[in-house]
Write a protein that binds this ligand. Structure first.
Ligand code: FES
Length: 108
């Protein structure tokens, strides 16, 4: 297995304070976020509570707030910050030369 990075967007494609749906190999439902401060994060798309789409949620700093029951997830760690027992799978993001890349573990 090795991590391969896939271009999912260009810098500027995601308005600050929002998330957009993206598709990755093996994981067609993910979200790419841009915070108001311009940092990019990515996660799987469905809330681990009851599967609401998180691209419809609200960003507050580095946290995404699910619109359905308002659980909050820290996009740096995946931790749920206002309830126990929930965790969001976050993805590795890097920016290179104006491209936003997300890392995916793939077979060699
Ligand atoms: S579905 Fe997201 S908080 Fe309940």
């Amino acid at each position: 297995m090795r991590k391969r990075y896939h271009e999912v967007a260009r810098v500027g494609d995601v308005p600050p304070g929002t998330g957009i749906p993206i598709a990755l190999p093996g994981d067609p439902e993910c979200v790419l976020y841009c915070t108001e401060a311009g940092e990019h994060f990515a996660s799987t798309a469905l809330c681990p509570h009851q599967n609401e789409r998180l691209d419809r949620g609200r960003l507050e700093g580095c946290e995404v707030v699910c619109r359905r029951h308002h659980l909050r997830f820290d996009l740096r760690t995946g931790d749920c910050t206002n309830a126990g027992g929930y965790w969001l799978r976050t993805l590795d993001v890097k920016v290179e030369g104006g491209s936003i890349l997300v890392g995916v573990w793939e077979d060699d």
